[in-house]
Design a protein around this ligand. Sequence first.
Ligand code: G3P
Ligand code: CA
Length: 323
Amino acid sequence: MRRSIGLLCLIVLAFVLWSSAAEKIVIGHRGAAGYLPEHTLESYAFAYALGADYIEPDLVMTKDGVLICLHDVYLEYTTNVEELFPDRRRPDGHWYAIDFTLEEIKRLSVHERCRRDGRPYFPNRFPVGKSRFEVPTFAEMIELIQGLNRSTGRDVGIYPELKKPSWHMQRGYDIAAALMDVLDRYGYRGPGAKIFIQCFEAETLVRLRDEFHTELPLIQLVSASPTYWRMWTREGLADIASYADGIGPNKSIIEKNPEYVAWAHALGLVVHPYTFRADSLPRKYGSLEEELETFFFTYDVDGVFTDFPDIAVRLLRRTEVVP
Ligand code: G3P
Ligand code: CA
């Protein structure tokens, strides 16, 4: 009798662990940026094939008002813009995406992220100057993911981030309105849609709810920079819960205060920290697996942004890529 009770407890425990792992999500950060240049269709497709649940495009606008997938409002860190358009640099030393039409941007070649002196940030990643990659539009990214969903039978989501909405607005571009327009065109509607919209600017998320009346899931990104200090508190999280469905905090905020996750959960917010990288590990961890295991199962986060989606997927034991 005692033995069968013990066995039953073990089965229940195994089920609880399995079901909590099954609900957690892996977000392909800038695609699978650990393996291919960030924000390219190749990187997104690879993240998809590695089993990510959601794929992340960062979004900025071109001169002719098209949403493109790019991390910075500048072009020089990840493309050969300096080579092709040497005279289009602004006095501050940057080449701005917003100064270029889509046709011009499509002539650029994307490479691994480099410093201004040309050295790659991550020297062991995809070699600079090899192969040819384009800057994709947001619409092209969605068509890729929706196409793969159709051909594989999976249901992978998208996790777009609006970059610097107020900066765009000051220059006459309503990037939030453009996002809503594209999403509506591609059928992302209602709270159950396979999407999270993320932004660092709270006013933009509030605007999406109140002005655009969107029911799509919204994620407030929380920086580790001191200007975000209120969002690190319980009171700040309560403010966020009034307009968003979750938070995307810098992972260091959770390391400093692991209770932060429970505070967010108590308010009904999901927690998706960023960014987990095998080649930029905090000193206290021996491997990315160890770091991810701590965040998933000790800190109990609901998902992670990672440049190495395969490692997180393996950890959650969801190994099937095409069912
Ligand atoms: O969006 C989550 C994370 O990507 C935020 O940081 O700078 O990589 O966009 P960043
Ligand atoms: Ca991002």
